[in-house]
Design a protein around this ligand. Structure first.
Ligand code: 9UX
Length: 69
């Protein structure tokens, strides 16, 4: 397993946190996602054989948020 913390911009409330958490955890290979509204980050534990960091960021942007590099 790998762990990465990606930036997530545009979250305004706990609902956003749940949405981002949900889309990340729905990805194959993601085993944990811990999203922080205050920090604007998502710490994700994932299997790099199944999902890439780019795909994590893409899931965030597909959900309507920004995932700056
Ligand atoms: Mo809160 Mo976020 O009312 O997409 S859920 S702003």
């Amino acid at each position: 397993m790998a762990e990465v913390t990606i930036k997530v911009a545009g979250m305004s409330c706990g609902g956003c946190v749940r949405n981002v958490t949900g889309v990340l955890k729905a990805l194959p290979g993601v085993t944990d996602a811990d999203v922080s509204l205050d920090d604007g980050t998502a710490r994700v534990v994932f299997d790099p054989a199944l999902v890439t960091q780019e795909q994590l960021r893409h899931a965030v942007t597909d959900a309507g948020f920004d995932a700056p590099e």
